[in-house]
Design a protein around this ligand. Sequence first.
Ligand code: SAM
Ligand code: SF4
Ligand code: SF4
Length: 339
Amino acid sequence: MTVDVLGRPLRNLRISVTDRCNMRCRYCMPEAEYVWLPRESILTFEEIDRLAGIFVGLGVRKIRLTGGEPLLRHALPTLVRLLRRHEAVRDLALTTNGILLARSAQALREAGLRRVTVSIDTLQPERMVAFARSARHAEVLAGIHAATAAGFDSVKLNTVVIRGYNDDEVLDLLTFARDRGLEVRFIEYMDVGGATDWDQRKVVSQQEILASIAAEHGPVTELHQSGWAPAERFRLADGSTFGVIASTTAPFCRTCDRARLTADGTFLLCLYGERGLDLRELLRTGASDEEIAGRIRDTWSSRTDRGAEVRAALPDRGILHQIDSLRADPRREMHTRGG
Ligand code: SAM
Ligand code: SF4
Ligand code: SF4
C-alpha cells in the first residue's frame, strides 16, 4: 500500500479521458472560450492502460473515468475492455452528463463497466438551456433510462445544488430518482478551478438540503459507511436512500484516497492541487514501469493536500482562479482535471 504523509492510501484513481465537453455548465465552464489541451498531448488508450496497471500495482482498487465529457472520447468501451483486465480493480465506474449515454450504455456494460453516475441538475429542459447551454435534456433522460436498462451494478445521479438556480428542485429530483430505483447525490457548489461564477451565497449547505428534505419526508437517518468520515448517505422512512456531499461547507479531506490523472497525463494529488507530475513525459521518453511507479510513489508519499479544508478555513472565501490563471494553465480547470 502506498500512503501519504497523513496516512491516506492511494486507492482511488479518477482518469479524465478528454478535456472537451458538449455542455457548458455555469459552475464548471462558464466562459465563452477555452484553451484546450493540444491533441497530441492527450494520452492514448494504451498509455492510459499502462499507467492504470502501474497505479494498480501501487494499490489503486477503484477507477473512475471522467472528463470533460468522457463519452466524447471515441470508442470508450475499448478502454473499458483494457482496464477490466486489471483483476485487482474492484470498481470501474464512469461519470457522464448522459447526453451520449443512450447509444453506448449497453456496449459499456458489455465491455465491463460496473457503475455509472449521470449528472443531472434539473428536470426542466429550459433551465438546462439557460444554465448549461444545452437543449439536449431529453437525451440525458434517455441516457438515464438506457443505463438503468443495461444492468450496471449501480446507476447514480449527481446534482450540484445552486441557490437561485435549482435549489427549488431538490424534492423533485429526489422523487425522480426514487421512482426509478436510483440514488441521487446532492453536491454542494464547489469553488474549484473553472467555477469563475462561484459565490459563497450561492452555496446551499448539506444542512439546508437535509432540512428541506426532512420537512417534506420526515426523519432522515444517517448511514455511516466508515468509522471516521461523517455521513454522506441518508435514509428516509420509506427505505429509499440518497446522498448529500458537504464538499464545500464541511469537507473531509482526512479520508481522501483520490488521485487524478488529467487527459494529458498529469498526475494530481488533489482537486485543488497545484503540484502535478508529468507522467506523459515519462511514458514518451521510454521510462520503465518501475521508474514510473517509483516517481508516483515518491509523489504520493509526500502528499499533504487538504484543498477543500484549507479553502473552508479561509475567512473571506472568493473565487479560486481568475480566468487568466486558468488560461495560463488549463490543467487548473475542473473539466480538465476530472471532477
Ligand atoms: N462531464 C461529466 C459530468 O458532468 O458528469 C463528467 C465531468 S464533471 C467535471 C464531473 C462532476 O463534477 C459532475 O457531476 C459535475 O456536476 C461536478 N462539478 C463540476 N463543477 C462543479 C462545481 N463547481 N461544484 C461541484 N461539482 C461540480
Ligand atoms: Fe458540465 Fe461535466 Fe461538462 Fe463540466 S464537464 S461543463 S460538469 S457536463
Ligand atoms: Fe481530497 Fe483534495 Fe478533495 Fe480534500 S479537496 S477531498 S484532499 S481531492
